[in-house]
Design a protein around this ligand. Structure first.
Ligand SMILES: *Cc1c(COP(=O)(O)O)cnc(C)c1O
Length: 419
């Protein structure tokens, strides 16, 4: 007798970020269609968080699928040391044109954590290659999240995600997210190699938003002291914050930028770390020890690059920007509506939005990722055909840009209903 997919899954699969005791059942999915995730039982759910923030053009986009298929018939993969190919070169050319800063080189990897690992290693070895042994400390922001590998855990807020590994993480100097007019770090500066930050919006740390002017001041101060600035735009990149990149809101530009998530429209695993000519030139040397000894099996995977090129085509179309602008406006209206609604006063707080992202906290007397109210909201919203996945008591919406006005309104209605 056929066992259900749920049962077979339970037997052999371990899911990410999922408690293994009394866990909610995993919903078998057979299809994606634009804004919708379609389950095996025929139920359709609006994917209000773009499947962990990656699916910017919606699911099963025919244009991206076509480009991946064409590439797969030509060249699916080739070692990227000693060989190159058109999709990788073209993607680098096109990215360097639109990135916020004077970036000169693109280094490929295959996810957000590796893009950040590459960025931090690039910055540390920059100083090592220059013979500056003292510049070896890293600044990062409180509430930050940069990934789940050891290096990126070290750069992230010490919290519940990495509790079991605290004694294995390397030392980082944590400072408060910038506030205009206040210095969050007073020095000493001569030991600082680099600073890493999620520009304007700290994602997994709780959708914390901070001002562009404050970030600009911080970056200016860092640059004045010779510190390299690494922008982690894994989440904020590719239109999420209203502009193509969050770095476009700030005048002072990063030296290194890390990208993934929306890069391929959420279709293929790919990471990019771009750096300025200043960084790269420290690696141009006769001494072979000054080589950047880093690479992954799937570095610059041609299918991933083809998907990223196709996703960029879609992103740069005026109708895509129009969708982003419309979502931003709808979020602002919804926030005003929630603020004015007396049913919710004292029950929700910190209503905020930035571009296509909208968030607030549920007042439970205790903030944090382990707050169980999030699970309850996921469960109730699913019953109404919407997929939400709060970070503890932080509820947020981060929809695909193709979501229609009516579909987004449905998400709002369901949130009100669930509240
Ligand atoms: C998701 C995320 C990462 C890690 O990316 P993965 O692809 O999940 O490894 C890094 N930085 C930020 C800001 C992220 O949101």
């Amino acid at each position: 007798m056929a066992t259900s997919l749920i049962e077979r899954d339970k037997q052999v699969v371990w899911h990410p970020y999922t408690p293994q005791k009394s866990m909610p059942v995993q919903i078998p999915v057979v299809k994606g269609d634009g804004t919708y995730i379609i389950a095996a039982d025929g139920k359709a759910y609006i994917d209000a968080i773009s499947s962990w923030w990656v699916t910017i053009h919606g699911h099963a986009n025919a244009y991206i699928a076509e480009k991946i298929y064409e590439q797969a018939k030509m060249l699916e993969q080739v070692i990227f040391a000693g060989f190159t190919h058109e999709p990788a070169v073209r993607l680098a050319e096109r990215l360097l044109e639109i990135l916020p800063g004077n970036f000169a080189k693109a280094f490929y990897s295959d996810n957000g954590s590796t893009a950040v690992e590459v960025g931090i290693k690039m910055a540390l070895q920059y100083w090592w290659n220059k013979g500056d042994k003292k510049r070896n400390k890293i600044l990062a922001l409180n509430h930050s999240y940069h990934g789940d590998t050891f290096g990126t855990m070290s750069l992230s807020e010490r919290g519940v995600f990495n509790l079991a590994f605290h004694d294995k993480l390397f030392e980082v100097i944590f400072i408060d997210p910038p506030v205009a007019g206040t210095a969050s770090y007073a020095g000493p500066w001569d030991e600082i190699a680099c600073i890493i930050y999620e520009p304007l919006l700290q994602g997994a740390g709780g959708m914390n938003m901070y001002e562009a002017a404050a970030l600009n001041e911080l970056l200016k101060t860092c640059h004045a002291h010779g510190v390299l600035c690494i922008a982690d735009e894994v989440m904020t990149g590719f239109g999420r914050t209203g502009k193509l990149f969050a770095g476009m809101y700030v005048e002072e530009k990063a030296d290194i930028i890390c990208l993934s998530k929306g890069l391929t429209g959420g279709t293929m695993a790919l990471g990019v770390t771009a750096c300025t000519d200043k960084i790269h030139s420290a690696y141009v040397d006769d001494d072979r020890q000054k080589t950047f000894f880093h690479g992954h099996s799937f570095t610059a995977n041609p299918l991933g690059c083809a998907a990223a090129l196709a996703s960029m085509d879609l992103l740069l179309r005026p109708e895509c920007q129009a969708g982003i602008d419309r979502i931003s406006r709808q979020h602002k209206h919804f926030i005003e509506k929630l603020k004015a609604d007396t049913r919710f006063s004292g029950k929700i707080k910190h209503l905020r939005s930035l571009g296509t992202i909208m968030a607030f906290e549920i007042e439970t007397g205790r903030d944090g990722y382990l707050n169980a109210v999030g699970l309850e909201i996921t469960r109730k919203a699913l019953e109404h055909g919407v997929y939400l996945r709060p970070l503890g008591n932080t509820v947020y919406i981060m929809p695909p840009y193709c979501i229609t006005e009516e579909e987004l309104q449905k998400v709002y209605d369901v949130i009100e209903e669930v509240l």
